[in-house]
Design a protein around this ligand. Structure first.
Ligand SMILES: [Zn+2]
Length: 547
């Protein structure tokens, strides 16, 4: 730009000068002095123009983004706390920037939502629909994501990116910057790029996940201690990186909000409980972290605070596979499994029995036995039954582990498919109808909406999506596909908070206008980030949230 202005002025001057010199009538000493003076003035003005234009151009180029991702956060509790002056840094960002609800994906679960966050596309394009790859009990990883993340695009275009603790980033990829993989990374493996950072983080006792075992009543204090520890450690490491590394995009995700809201929601609603303020305390911790990040960043840094989903009270867990089992649509490999479940040898009871056994010192060797029979893997009690126990060649419908995705087992499409294409059209309607009639003990409908995959997704991987996706009434029910339960609705309130479709987004910084954001979706974050750093996002479904 400045070069163009300079050239324009210079050429204009030369043209004039030449036209003057070519005309001999004007070429006397007086005229020459005037011309030279004019040239000096012109050169000086050009220098002034360059000096004025250069810094603002430089600034636009240097815009940076810090994304503070919260796993599960809701304005339902943030805004009242902001009003009461309990979250001063959230208050600053909200008042000086723009904010609004951020609609999550369906299913409203972390792997799906964080994949849409990273890629800016709907699940039909990135191919992640749940925690597991179908038929298998193996978890989905970064390798299964079919679209490019915004940090990949930024890195390819010479931007330096730091991605810290974002779910679905394991195994870490080679990038122009740093990756510290998040949720579902095995801590004992290399979980960083560059690789040697893993050892450094291990020495500093960095932890990926606070909830490192199945939560049960009585674990409250232990979980709180771990949540506080992991949050503080994450902040400490992030500040170190912020100070010592050059970056254009910095993503840091805190999962502590999700865990505390899952297990402490009921206490927040009970004013007399000694745990009543624990969710607030975690938000205040995050608020303090935001303040420390603000002190560390310059005026060129834009901040995005966002969550992958919202939160609210949990009415109960719906064990969809119990329903399919009872209706003979789901069959186990062993004929005894059904009867053992009916007799009360449920997943829940088995897990607590095995945990009790592990605590008896004289039966210490039981750990070894439990490991051998697959009940205890790396110190964790794993579900007694997995998808490996299902006889798929006799199963017509089953539910995914979390989020309300239901698969029908179709001939020609699925490896052990049993429903043929003609039958499928009728069968899907029958299943959808019976799900729509499902009621809780008060006679209220459980599901608000029941979708076919084509209603929700667009793209080449839509075919891999669950055939049916259910959305519960007020999002109050958590629809799970665990095996080995003998009721349809859980009767235990160990988990009392659940995901909601409305998450949060706050935008703050020099590229952001002060306004209320409407109709923002989680797929909008990636194009917004790329726009701030001056890059395009043509392949993405999302829209840009800044002008
Ligand atoms: Zn969660």
């Amino acid at each position: 730009m400045t070069r163009i202005i300079y050239n324009l002025f210079y050429n204009l001057f030369l043209l004039k000068f030449h036209s003057i010199t070519e005309n001999n009538a004007f070429l006397n000493f007086e005229n020459y002095k005037i011309i030279m003076k004019f040239k000096r003035i012109l050169i000086l003005s050009v220098i002034v123009i360059i000096l004025n234009v250069q810094p603002s151009l430089g600034e636009t180029k240097m815009s940076k983004v810090l994304i503070i991702g919260l796993d599960g956060a809701t304005f339902d509790i943030i805004l009242p706390w902001v009003k009461e002056g309990k979250l001063p840094n959230f208050e600053k960002l909200i008042n000086e920037g723009s904010y609004g609800n951020l609609t999550s994906t369906l299913p409203t679960i972390s792997p799906v939502a964080w994949s849409s966050f990273a890629t800016g596309v709907n699940p039909g394009k990135h191919g992640i629909f749940g925690f597991l790859t179908d038929y298998e009990s193996s978890p989905v990883t970064r390798i299964d994501i079919k679209s490019k993340s915004f940090w990949e695009i930024a890195s390819e275009n010479g931007k330096r990116v730091i991605i810290m603790n974002a779910p679905m980033t394991y195994p870490p990829e080679e990038i122009n910057g740093i990756i510290i993989s998040g949720y579902e990374s095995p801590e004992k493996e290399i979980f960083t790029y560059p690789e040697n950072l893993t050892e450094e983080l291990n020495i500093k006792d960095y932890k990926i996940e606070a909830l490192d075992k199945r939560f049960k009543p009585g674990d409250e204090d232990e979980l709180l201690k771990k949540l506080n520890y992991t949050e503080e450690k994450r902040e400490e490491i992030a500040l170190e990186i912020m100070k010592n590394e050059r970056w254009d995009i910095f993503v840091i995700v805190f999962t502590e909000t999700d865990r505390v809201q899952h297990y402490f929601w009921k206490y927040m609603e009970n004013k007399d409980s000694k745990y009543g303020d624990e969710i607030l305390k975690i938000y205040q911790k995050i608020d303090k972290t935001i303040g420390n990040f603000l002190n560390e960043t310059d005026e060129n840094t834009n901040i995005i605070v966002m969550s992958d989903h919202g939160f609210g009270p949990l009415k109960g867990e719906i064990y969809l596979n119990n329903y399919f089992m009872e209706n003979e649509m789901l069959k186990f490999k062993s004929p005894y499994t059904y009867w053992l479940i009916k007799l009360g040898l449920t997943q829940q009871n088995l897990a607590s029995i095995s945990e009790k056994i592990q605590k008896i010192p004289i039966f210490g060797f039981m750990n070894f036995v439990l490991e051998k029979i697959g009940l205890n893997k790396a110190g964790k009690v794993t579900p007694y039954l997995t998808f490996d126990d299902i006889n798929f060649s006799k199963t017509s419908a089953y539910a995914e582990n979390f989020g309300g995705g239901i698969y029908l087992n179709v001939k020609g499409r699925d490896t052990f498919g049993i429903i043929d294409q003609e039958e499928y059209k009728k069968f899907i309607l029958t299943v959808m109808k019976s799900l729509s009639e499902m009621k809780n003990s008060k006679g209220e409908k459980i599901f608000k909406k029941i979708y076919r995959k084509e209603d929700l997704y667009k793209g080449p991987y839509t075919d891999k999506a669950p055939d049916i996706i259910v959305e519960s009434e007020d999002d109050g029910y958590d629809t799970v596909g665990w095996l080995g339960y003998n009721t349809l609705i859980s009767n235990d309130d160990t988990k009392s908070g659940n995901h909601r479709k409305n998450g949060i987004v706050i935008l703050w910084g020099k590229n952001v206008n002060k306004e209320v954001i409407k109709n923002a979706n989680i797929i909008d974050i990636a194009p917004t980030v790329l726009k701030i750093v001056g890059l395009k996002s043509e392949e993405m479904d999302g829209k840009c949230l800044i002008k």
